[in-house]
Design a protein around this ligand. Structure first.
Ligand code: GDP
Ligand code: MG
Length: 191
């Protein structure tokens, strides 16, 4: 598949087991804490402003949303985690839903894009997710989004900190959903 995204359409939302798409198309998963810019990144990649609703109320999405790209591959938008106002119970539910997706056989994403806010770097649940991705041999990249908010030395420091943690085999891509910086580099890794 080339790096030109010519079509992107919402296909379905999944809230729990047994109804993942069974059409054998490959899936690319997007995960990250609430408010890191996950929706913005997906919209930027596909070149549509509102394919994925970027909500002003963080933590609203509780479903796993499937978007069909170029009629051949799914972008899978998993719920954002770690929203501060969620109860412990709600957080645990989200955590289980996300883990269920990665562990289920029908999912088996060919690539996972873990998005973090470049200003914050990796947080605890990101680390847990990376451990799960490693355990299940799921290839992944880390996107340091909102890089436009950092100056050059802050950006260098942030990227180095993330790389030191994830190791040299995991690409760390500086990106700005706002400016489009990093778009081609990310698409080259995932498509
Ligand atoms: N400056 C800047 N703001 C961003 C960027 N990406 C997202 N945002 C903003 O961050 C907020 C959360 O974005 P959203 O896509 O809804 O995050 P999500 O909760 O992870 O899906 C919104 O106000 C976005 O406009 C970026 O690359 N740069
Ligand atoms: Mg979102």
């Amino acid at each position: 598949m080339n790096m030109v995204i010519t079509s992107a359409q919402f296909i379905l939302s999944v809230v729990g087991s047994h109804n993942l798409p069974q059409d054998g198309k490959q899936q690319i998963a997007f995960i990250g804490r609430s408010n890191v810019g996950k929706s913005s990144v997906i919209n930027m990649l596909v070149g549509q402003n509102s394919l994925v609703h970027s909500s002003s109320t963080p933590g609203k999405t509780r479903q796993i949303n499937f978007f069909l790209i170029n009629d051949e591959i799914y972008f899978v938008d998993l719920p954002g985690y770690g929203y501060a106002k969620h109860s412990a119970k709600k957080r645990e539910k989200l955590r289980k839903l996300i883990l269920w997706y990665f562990i289920s056989k029908e999912a088996n994403p060919v690539m996972t894009v873990l998005i973090v806010d470049a200003r914050a770097g990796l947080r605890d649940f990101d680390r847990e997710m990376i451990a799960v991705l490693d355990e299940y041999d799921c290839p992944h990249v880390v996107v340091a989004n909102k890089i436009d908010k950092l100056n050059q030395s802050q950006s260098h420091h942030s990227l180095k900190g993330i790389s030191d943690e994830v190791g040299e085999n995991v690409p760390v891509i500086p990106l700005s959903a706002k400016s489009g910086r990093g778009r081609d580099q990310l698409l080259a890794k995932i498509l």
